[in-house]
Design a protein around this ligand. Sequence first.
Ligand SMILES: Nc1ccn([C@@H]2O[C@H](COP(=O)(O)OP(=O)(O)OP(=O)(O)O)[C@@H](O)[C@H]2O)c(=O)n1
Ligand SMILES: C[C@](O)(CO)[C@H](O)COP(=O)(O)O
Length: 222
Amino acid sequence: MGVVVVAAGSGTRLGAERPKAFVEVVGTTILERAVAGVLEAAVDELVVVVPEDLVAEATGRVDPLRPEGVDVTVVAGGAERTDSVAAGLAALSDAVSVVLVHDAARCLTPVVVFERVLAALAAGAAGAIPGVPVVDTIKVVDAGGVITATPLRDSLRAVQTPQGFDRALLTAAHASGAAATDDAALVEALGHDVIVVEGDALGLKITTVDDLARAERLLSDH
Ligand SMILES: Nc1ccn([C@@H]2O[C@H](COP(=O)(O)OP(=O)(O)OP(=O)(O)O)[C@@H](O)[C@H]2O)c(=O)n1
Ligand SMILES: C[C@](O)(CO)[C@H](O)COP(=O)(O)O
């Protein structure tokens, strides 16, 4: 099984001095926490995608975490998340038939979430992603702010990563060149069923300063 960890974002909403994956949470970078978390799963190959000018630094940070027998490669990402995922996919060897794409920003994700995604794929799903029920009522609005729909809350999930797919299918989905905020949407657009498995509160995405503070609190509680 191959994993692509996307860590090439700038972290504009976090507003830190360094790209987000290189920001520390309780003394360890988000990048290193994410990679260590991924490596708790049954990984054969790992590709880490980072900003071009930080490939050397990232390699130095990730190398000491590499277990015997696991291939780890660090490559440069692109302007959008989809570009970075595509760069990561291209760097996997031909031996990889199942791939998980994971946000470095979700660096506290427990291994059980990886296992649920992998179990769904092993059971025959073409794609599987973690999600959690939403707690707010969600409204669809038009450009003027007028509500056009109120989806049934029980049918909604806030989705996380890792998102897992048949590798050939995800590569084909990326070849379409469509824009999307997650990989599942690209696979859905090809007409394939993607199933949602149970996510975890620790799968939060560190996006803002408040998220960073929350991640720090969660780590101190564990
Ligand atoms: N061009 C990009 C953009 C995002 N990502 C990665 O995709 C994940 C989810 O993106 P997000 O949390 O939105 O990160 P940023 O794009 O860095 O955040 P912002 O939108 O605030 O700049 C992150 O691990 C991020 O590093 C990436 O690899 N390449
Ligand atoms: C892939 C993702 O984490 C699923 O929730 C999310 O869509 C990434 O979005 P971002 O705007 O790149 O943070």
